[in-house]
Write a protein that binds this ligand. Structure first.
Ligand code: SAM
Length: 261
């Protein structure tokens, strides 16, 4: 009997309908699959039935890795490791379809890391990821809404994001206290060129430090009060951070890079 470890964010999916919805989000026959945190393997089983070509899983919990080996043997390749320690770009395979009912305590860290380290040749074909609903709402939020912020701006830079469904606590064992949402991420073909994505991270961090205050102070801090940039981007310094749309933040990052090159 597997006992869930809270420290590893273990809430196992037990709802067959939801498992089937996840397995049907994209066509996986003959594709390469990576599953993050397969846990007891309920989603893994459903995905294997779709006849993928190659199947790799990353599971940090030694007991679960052993359990998975007993169930699936050589049908899957098990990497007993921490997903945050894996160099994802080394998995370089633009065909890779990534699934993950991510451990909630590190879900934003995983996503931000993957986005900030994205190379021009993506290491995946798409990502099918589950987050706590509150985090998913921030990822897909548009400007001028209360959920809009750094996570929305970073996530929407190079990725097209679609919500698949919300998932109730009763679909898991043990039951989490919160609702979850499943998101599908696909690479964008057109996106703003940014030399160093950590500059986008820096700009959004400084702008959203005080989300209710006017942007005058962070703007002046980053752009030495250069009013031409504000005019060029049509920004009023009395606006609040959430009033600037995604593109404005990408353009601001470009201006920042030009100013500091
Ligand atoms: N996918 C399974 C399911 O839906 O039933 C389990 C999901 S559970 C929310 C998260 C899984 O991620 C657990 O199996 C946990 O052990 C694993 N995990 C937690 N932290 C991890 C990490 N840093 N690297 C890899 N796996 C991790």
């Amino acid at each position: 009997m597997i006992k869930a470890k809270k420290s590893l964010g273990q809430n196992f999916l037990i709802d067959k309908d939801i498992i089937n919805i996840i397995a049907d989000v994209v066509e996986i026959q003959n594709k390469d699959i990576l599953e993050i945190g397969p846990g007891t393997g309920n989603l893994t089983s459903a995905l294997l039935k779709k006849n993928p070509k190659k199947f790799i899983v990353i599971e940090k919990d030694d007991d679960l890795a052993e359990h998975l080996y007993k169930i699936f043997g050589d049908k899957i390749k098990i990497l007993k490791d921490d997903v945050l320690k894996i160099e994802e770009n080394s998995l370089n395979d633009d065909n890779l379809i990534v699934f993950g009912n991510l451990p909630y305590n590190i879900s934003t860290e995983i996503l931000c890391r993957w986005i900030l380290n994205l190379k021009n040749n993506y290491w995946f074909d798409c990502l099918v990821l589950m987050f706590q609903k509150e985090v998913a709402d921030r990822i897909i939020a548009n400007f001028d809404t209360k959920n809009y912020g750094r996570l929305s701006i970073l996530s929407n830079w190079k990725l097209k994001i679609e919500k698949v469904c919300d998932i109730r606590p009763s679909s898991f064992s043990p039951r989490p206290k919160i609702d979850s949402s499943l998101l599908l991420f696909k690479p964008k073909k057109d996106f703003y060129t940014i030399q160093n994505p950590y500059n986008l991270e820096k700009i959004t961090r400084i702008f959203f430090m005080h989300r209710r205050k006017m942007i005058k102070k962070p703007f002046n801090q980053l752009f030495n009060g250069n009013s031409q940039i504000a005019e060029r981007l049509n920004i009023g310094l009395n606006m609040r951070p959430q009033n600037l749309n995604y593109e404005t933040y990408y353009k601001l990052t470009d201006e920042y890079e030009k100013l500091n090159s």
